[in-house]
Design a protein. Structure first.
Length: 368
């Protein structure tokens, strides 16, 4: 079994102050510096267009990026974050379980993020930007977020829908210009207090990624926002059924028609969650946690790290108590840490254990 390092950041202040803080932080990590900084400025038109979109939908983030650049004495246009091609491929399993199915009458969200530690930030952030909702979640491309829970009990979690969009090898070329998932997730966490505000905020937002975006709140509301090549469909959860889930394929008929196929392993993970959650049982927190201790193909936790598809973090969100139970890496091989939104762990780094499993060529099998 191998091990790698993960990190924890506590970011508090104005947007600019948080940017400078992260600049000082990253000086200690040369490998991260190489990923975040470009050897030359990106195209001026793309830089201006991206900056304008960020100003419109994620106010304050440009100030954070400026503070970060000033701390390192570079131009903001040298940050890879402004380049849409920084999107990383990845898989995920998501599930919101509503009060009608939980023994304590609370709302929970299960979340596994599957990627490779080599191309993941492996960084948990508690972020308290002055004038914004504070939130806790993992970073993507340092300044974005893959998921999180904010101080109002609003939870956002991302999964790619089909082949991830970007310009890296093996990825789908973008069909239209728009914001990518890590910016969208952060915008929602900082600016919305519940599912309805989240849906409204997405409104006419230009979305450049194909995604399953799960929105849940402490009032027991849940919605899945599915986007694909410019199409967007919103499905609100049924409180009677008591849950709403997603993995890495389309589940809404309008979007399903646009997909050429889906990975069989995505359907296997989806069916595992569905078959467990559609029972008539009431779920305790512990029983929900145990669902994440099952390894693929008999569960949703994946150890295919060598092929960039292993669980790099796993979270059980308790939206009413505003608490996160987190594992860095697979929860099967690593400790579970508990913390409240807005808090941080008593250390800045930790060792994460990685054990690879090879599931054979059918892991990448496409089905209709």
């Amino acid at each position: 079994m191998n091990s790698i390092q993960a990190s924890i950041s506590y970011l508090k202040g104005t947007s600019y102050e948080i940017g400078r803080l992260q600049g000082e932080e990253i000086r200690k990590n040369p490998n991260a510096m190489n990923v975040i900084l470009s050897s030359e400025s990106i195209d001026e038109t793309k830089y201006k267009d991206t900056k304008q979109l960020i100003d419109q939908y994620v106010p304050g983030l440009n100030e954070e990026l400026q503070g970060f650049a000033d701390s390192l004495n570079i131009k903001p246009s040298c940050l890879n974050f402004f380049d849409e091609t920084l999107l990383q491929p990845g898989g995920c399993s998501l599930g919101a379980v509503l009060p009608s199915k939980t023994s304590d009458g609370k709302t929970y969200v299960l979340r596994n993020y599957d990627l490779s530690p080599a191309i993941s930030d492996m960084r948990l952030c508690t972020t308290k930007v002055k004038g914004k909702y504070s939130h806790t979640g993992f970073s993507v491309s340092y300044f974005g977020r893959s998921e999180g829970l904010n101080e109002e009990g609003f939870c956002v979690a991302f999964a790619s829908c089909g082949i991830p969009v970007g310009k890296h090898p093996g990825m789908k070329k973008p069909i239209l210009k728009g914001l990518q998932f890590m910016v969208i997730v952060r915008a929602l966490l900082e600016n919305c207090k519940d599912v309805e505000e989240g849906i409204t905020y997405l409104g006419n937002m230009p979305i450049g990624t194909n995604m399953n975006l799960l929105l849940s709140d402490a009032k027991g509301n849940v919605a899945l926002v599915e986007t694909y090549d410019g199409e967007k469909v919103v499905k609100r959860g049924n409180k009677k059924s008591g849950f709403l889930i997603a993995t890495n394929h389309a589940v809404m008929p309008k979007i399903m028609k646009l997909e050429d196929g889906k990975l069989e392993q995505s359907e296997i993970r989806y069916n595992f969650l569905k078959n467990n959650l559609e029972s008539n049982d009431f779920f305790t927190k512990n029983k929900l946690q145990q669902l994440m201790f099952n390894e693929y193909p008999n569960g949703v936790t994946v150890h295919n790290f060598e092929e960039n598809f292993g669980t790099v973090h796993s979270i059980l969100f308790n939206l009413n108590d505003k608490q996160l139970d987190i594992s860095f890496g697979s929860p099967i091989n690593n400790k579970i840490y508990k913390l409240k939104v807005g808090e941080t762990l008593p250390f800045n780094e930790l060792e994460v254990f990685i054990e690879n499993s090879n599931y054979g060529p059918n892991f990448w099998k496409l089905i209709k």
